[in-house]
Design a protein around this ligand. Structure first.
Ligand code: FEO
Length: 162
């Protein structure tokens, strides 16, 4: 049986992942309103990925015979100053999620919950990737600056995400 402390932090993490999904959907919506369809597609796919992360934890709780508790998802921000600001916020948000994942692993080790420790190794690796992707886009955007054709080309590049 899964310990209460672990169950609580996992249920909180489902909410974090679903909020991430909601936040990235809001960013996608913002990009669509700016006619930046490639960025919008990238964010929409990111939103789906986050939903998948939430459901991975959801299924894990069920597998461990725990109770999933769904809590209120906050309203995400809807307007940003620039595409750069959107991706800077994405990076900041992913760093926050990495910290959440690390806290879960720390607690799982402390509580000697080997199954949760092992299950969350996947998230540890995923966060390295998530942060690297956001850093890469932020760096490219900084290089481009206000150059419209540069933004257009990056929009096309990100729109190729499968
Ligand atoms: Fe599920 Fe982007 O962290």
């Amino acid at each position: 049986m899964i310990k209460e402390k672990i169950l609580n932090i996992l249920n909180k993490q489902i909410n974090e992942e679903l909020f991430s999904s909601y936040l990235y959907l809001s960013m996608s919506n913002f990009f669509s309103s700016q006619n930046l369809d490639g960025f919008a597609k990238w964010m929409r796919m990111q939103s789906q990925e986050e939903y998948g992360h939430g459901m991975k934890i959801y299924d894990y709780i069920l597998q461990r015979d725990g109770k999933v508790v769904l809590i209120k998802i906050e309203t995400p921000k809807a307007v940003w100053k620039s595409p750069l600001e959107v991706f800077q916020e994405t990076l900041k948000h992913e760093q926050h999620i990495s910290a959440c994942v690390n806290n879960i692993v720390n607690l799982a080790i402390q509580e000697k919950d080997h199954a949760t420790t092992q299950f969350f190794q996947w998230f540890v690796g995923e966060q390295v990737e998530e942060e690297a992707n956001a850093i890469n886009i932020v760096e490219k955007m900084k290089m481009i600056g206000d150059n419209k054709s540069g933004i257009f080309m990056l929009d096309r590049e990100l729109g190729r995400r499968q």
